[in-house]
Design a protein around this ligand. Structure first.
Ligand code: 3PG
Length: 389
């Protein structure tokens, strides 16, 4: 794959696909992690004297319809602030974009364009016509074969990988291709069904698999326990049993439960620690118990490679956050190489202020999981094809 850093960008029209799909609440950006992560690439292009055009999607709007709530307006404003230079938002780019050397503009949400999601060739060629060099830097969207990620890379005069995309791929390769051992995966979240392919793929390479959250509940049930009111998937019990037979799986052996219903959950919710055998019908598991959390922390302490996706409990509420916090802290304190990905995982790292301790924090959610599953990322495959000539 051609790298952006190896090209002479002076005076060139450079179109960079970023993943600036940030969470918004009432029009305010609630986490700018993805914008921050894209800054080094933008600065490098500016310093090289390129005419910089950025593009990204935001959310999942209806194609062909402009909607204010999906506008990249707040993102352009944040970029302006962080770069210390005006980043204009361009709605009508079809006839060409006026941008001077060292300047930066942002094209409006690519998902407003008809044909974006189905990787339409006409649209891809229209993007390609804007530039001399296309830079694919959106790791978080590299699993989507869409006009702004895959199609444009096919038709642009030159297509290369940006530093963020390349950095993400090297970190993942370091963790997965030839990991230092022992290697431990922590896979949390609510459902086995959405993570089954990831669990399967990781079970073949890790030394220990730690499961948390609702996923752990299914393993607790698979071991023959009643789990009361807890979230779990009965029909995936055979899969859980199979995984346990194939690899060393750690799940909760003590749990934190609550009797409170979902709508009453709060930072001071009343909880109790129990062994699974004592769980009552009206109780719900919402976190690891302290012994499980300590056991997992001890395993992580000696790990040389750690891959983490998904929380171990409902960490959004302080009353249910201890398990995730102990595990997150152990990952951050471990001397091994640690990589974390996924929206909830990043939110947990943020909540506990542990970003400095994790070796690599991926900007990818779905893309991170698909890479771990061993699936090819279509946008990266296209760059590889272009590099072959
Ligand atoms: C993400 O947030 O995972 C990426 O930006 C991709 O978004 P999508 O799932 O809407 O394609």
């Amino acid at each position: 794959v051609i790298q952006m850093k190896d090209l002479d960008l002076k005076g060139k029209r450079v179109l960079i696909r970023q993943d600036l799909n940030v969470p918004l609440q009432d029009g305010e950006i609630t986490s700018d992690v993805r914008i921050q992560a894209s800054l080094p690439t933008i600065k490098a292009a500016v310093d090289a004297g390129a005419k910089v055009m950025l593009m990204s999607h935001l959310g999942r709007p209806t194609e062909g319809e402009y909607a204010d709530e999906f506008s990249l307006k707040p993102v352009a404003a944040r970029l302006t602030k962080l770069l210390g230079k005006e980043v204009g938002l361009v709605k009508n780019w079809q006839e060409g974009v006026a941008v001077a050397e060292g300047e930066v503009v942002l094209l409006e949400n690519v998902r407003f364009n008809v044909g974006e999601k189905k990787d339409d060739e006409t649209l891809a060629k229209a993007y390609a016509a804007l530039c001399d060099v296309f830079v694919m830097d959106a790791f978080g969207t590299a699993h989507r074969a869409q006009a702004s990620t895959h199609g444009v890379a096919k038709f642009a005069p030159v297509a290369c990988a940006g530093p963020l995309l390349s950095g993400e791929l090297s970190a993942l390769e370091k963790a997965l291709a030839n990991p230092a051992r022992p290697m431990v995966a922590v896979v949390g979240g609510s459902k086995v069904s959405t993570k089954l392919t990831v669990l399967d793929a990781l079970s073949k390479i890790v030394d220990v698999m730690v499961v948390g959250g609702g996923i752990s509940n299914t393993f607790v049930a698979a071991a023959g326990n009643e789990v009361g009111n807890s979230l779990y998937e009965k029909d995936l019990i055979p899969e859980a049993q199979r995984l346990c037979a194939e690899t060393e799986v750690i799940y909760a052996h003590d749990v934190r439960v609550t009797k409170e219903g979902f709508s009453d959950w709060n930072h001071n919710s009343v909880t109790e620690v129990k062994v699974p055998a004592d769980i009552q019908a009206d109780e719900e598991i919402i976190d690891y118990g302290p012994e499980t959390a300590q056991k997992v922390a001890a395993i992580l302490k000696d790990a040389k490679t750690i891959i983490w996706n998904g929380p171990c409990g409902v960490f959004e509420f302080d009353a249910f956050a201890k398990g995730t916090e102990v595990v997150a802290r152990a990952i951050a304190e471990s001397e091994g190489f640690s990589i974390a990905g996924g929206g909830d995982t990043l939110a947990a790292i943020d909540k506990f202020g542990l970003a400095d301790g994790v070796s690599y924090i991926s900007t990818g959610g779905g893309a991170f999981l698909e890479y771990v599953e061993g699936k090819p990322l279509p946008a990266v495959v296209m760059l590889e094809e272009r590099a072959k000539g």
